[in-house]
Design a protein around this ligand. Sequence first.
Ligand SMILES: O=C(O)[C@H]1NCC[C@@H]1O
Length: 361
Amino acid sequence: MTSRIHAIDVHAEGEPGRVLIGSHLHVVGETMAQRLQYCRENLEPLRRLLLREPRGYPGLCGVLVLPPADPAADFGLVVLEQGGFKPMSGSNLICAVTALVETQALPVHEPFTDLVVDTAVGLVPVRAEISGGKVTRVTVDNVPSFAVAVDHVLELPEYGRVPVDIVFGGQFFVQARAADLDIDLEADAAKQITRAGAVLRAAAQQQFPVEHPENPDIDQVALTMLHGPSPTPGVSGRNAVVLPNGEVDLANPDTWTGSLDRSPCGTGTSGRMAALHARGELVAQVPFVHEGILGTTFTGVVRGTTRIAEHDAVLPSISGRAWITGFSQLVLDDTDPFPQGYVLGDLWGPDAEVELVGVER
Ligand SMILES: O=C(O)[C@H]1NCC[C@@H]1O
């Protein structure tokens, strides 16, 4: 017996997103927040199968496109990252919209198709700009984003005391100036960036508990952003986001690893704009062009402001481009000894996870 899974592989400004039109998965829950929780409790084997070797790789993310819980929306979205199931992701949403529109899985109108996406953190309107069937840009009106703390000092092993912002942009981030860690935001510093990013996130989790006021299940600092100025004309700033791909132990430097977001990170840029706005360094309606580690950009803008519980929040939009890279038909044979894939320390950090099923070692 084999199972087959159809996926559309896409990258948004460099960040890969494996899009599954997963309406057959029967994800249970009256709200997307409940469906995200259902995925966490029931679909972990599927997440591992899709993202880990031998079908995936450390830099890979994915998206489940589901029926919306809210009838006002066109589809529901649950994000898969190496760190688990996530409520929202800019690059992954742009990948999903590009895949759905370019394969005409939804009614498409040129030059614009407007859609509403249901996520565990709220409804997200998106606009796809389309020319000759190709999506040329997707603009995401992201969920309210806010700074929980600015210039909060974390105590880090090796790096010392570092001021950080703790922000929410669809996921919680710890964000720091790369210069404060003596790191250049260049592609050839990728290892140094992931090392520092892993330490920052683990320290933030220990020293700064978070909880989204409207969705208490979102209670982890999920990602790290290092940011700094950009020498590129017309670009407002540069950043590198680190995604976890294993457990980090602050006492064990061998575990200080992760993977870089290849895109300029939509949720991270939303959180960054919230922190800049809170400092009075970014005003509404002025484009914020954020460059990622590959030199591609997302263009952000603060559309307005609101409040989320006790937090002043911004309403951020992010726009970027994506390209389909392949149509995959993934196969899982009943006799495959690795039904959840595996991770090995040569690519993934030191925590090998190899579960051999049904085969003598
Ligand atoms: O664009 C984003 O929001 C993201 N890219 C991968 C990690 C984050 O979810």
